[in-house]
Ligand binder design. Structure first.
Ligand code: ADP
Ligand code: NA
Length: 341
């Protein structure tokens, strides 16, 4: 098979949660295990992206370092993959500027992530009108930065959660636009789906489980103790329908739990549902909790050990960005030459 360049990123906006783990990180490790010696795997902690929402600077600095510890804790091996901080490498913002200059505003307006932000930003005087003036420009153009993250390494494959699929399509569009406007430089990256669907918030199963939700009981963290995991799952919002069936449209909370359990046991959620046909939500939650506790035990123990190893974390970050910049530097020389700078 042709050699692959795999790129993915995660924001350092807090402790990774079960959605990150099932939707993305677990797959990063699988790809490492399945990789051929000629494949290149690049995993980045995307600090620049995190500034699109207000952050507490001290908390961000801690989370930034701890995210690297978390990536090592889940089993990524810095000898086999490149792990680095995006904000340590200036080529990302350089290329994103070039891409901003060839990306129509209208294309970014069609991003569902942008539309979702707009929907929460109502005009104070007229509730029915959205108010763009409340949203910063970084939030609008961050899919362009994401395209730069990916294309800077001429990535061929991008394993991200379902929520990011449209952004990968945009990255292909931007790469194609560059190739046709200047010269054929970028392979168009393919989206790699994770087996798991989007993991939903335990408190509001109409939205995804997210680091940015203020309600900490809505997500299970990589650092949660067994007791915390059990409490959060026990209090997950389901529905008042008797019995357990898999029906994401009408029973999002129940279906989310089935989907989480299926991800842990490698089964389709509808198959999992069959086992609970004559049982109730209590039984389902007990089994989900057991499975999640078992799934996260090793990463959690490793994370607790590694987060204190500051010198080691700093060294891995430094070695990582040096390797990343060899590749991104070569691309930027070609890009600059292509556009005439
Ligand atoms: P968050 O939205 O929680 O801040 P990031 O934006 O840092 O997470 O995303 C990191 C990775 O985790 C991405 O590949 C993203 O698609 C994936 N991801 C984030 N939330 C979920 C979720 N609830 N379910 C599945 N995958 C998710
Ligand atoms: Na996000």
């Amino acid at each position: 098979r042709k050699s692959r360049v795999i790129f993915s990123g995660i924001q350092p906006t807090g402790t990774p949660h079960l959605g990150n783990f099932l939707g993305a990180l677990q797959n990063w490790v699988r790809l490492q295990e399945d990789s051929q010696p000629e494949d290149v795997l690049i995993y980045s902690i995307v600090g620049w992206h995190s500034l699109t929402l207000p952050q507490n600077p001290h908390a961000l600095a801690v989370a930034r370092r701890e995210m690297l510890a978390a990536l090592l804790a889940i089993g990524l091996d810095p000898k086999r993959v490149i792990i680095f901080h995006q904000d340590d490498n200036p080529h990302h913002t350089d290329l994103s500027w070039v891409f901003n200059c060839i990306t129509p505003v209208g294309k970014l307006r069609r991003m569902t992530t942008w539309k979702a932000r707009l929907a929460t930003s109502r005009n104070a005087k007229d509730e029915s009108e959205v108010d763009e003036s409340m949203l910063n420009t970084g939030l609008f153009t961050y899919p362009v930065l994401q395209a730069a993250d990916i294309l800077l390494y001429k990535a061929t494959h991008v394993p991200v959660g379902e929520d990011q699929k449209q952004h990968i399509e945009l990255a292909r569009d931007i790469g194609d636009n560059f190739n046709r406007t200047f010269r054929d430089l970028f392979p168009l990256p393919a989206y790699i789906a994770t087996p798991t669907r989007r993991v939903l918030s335990l408190k509001d199963p109409t939205s995804k489980m997210s680091k940015s939700s203020p309600d900490i009981s809505s997500r299970i963290l990589l650092t949660d103790s067994e007791k915390e995991i059990r409490t959060k799952i026990r209090s997950a919002v389901t529905d008042s329908i008797t019995g357990v069936t898999y029906d994401p449209a009408t029973r999002p909370g129940t279906s989310n739990l089935l989907s989480i359990l299926g991800a842990c046991t490698n089964e389709e959620p509808a198959v999992v549902a069959k086992r609970f046909e004559s049982k109730g939500h209590g039984d389902l939650k007990a089994d989900v909790a057991d499975a999640v506790v078992a799934l996260l035990e090793r990463p959690r123990t490793e994370f607790e050990r590694l987060r204190g190893e500051e010198a080691y974390i700093t060294r891995i970050a430094k070695e990582g960005v040096e390797k990343a910049m060899v590749r991104s530097g070569a691309t930027m020389r070609e890009v600059r030459h292509s556009v005439g700078l």
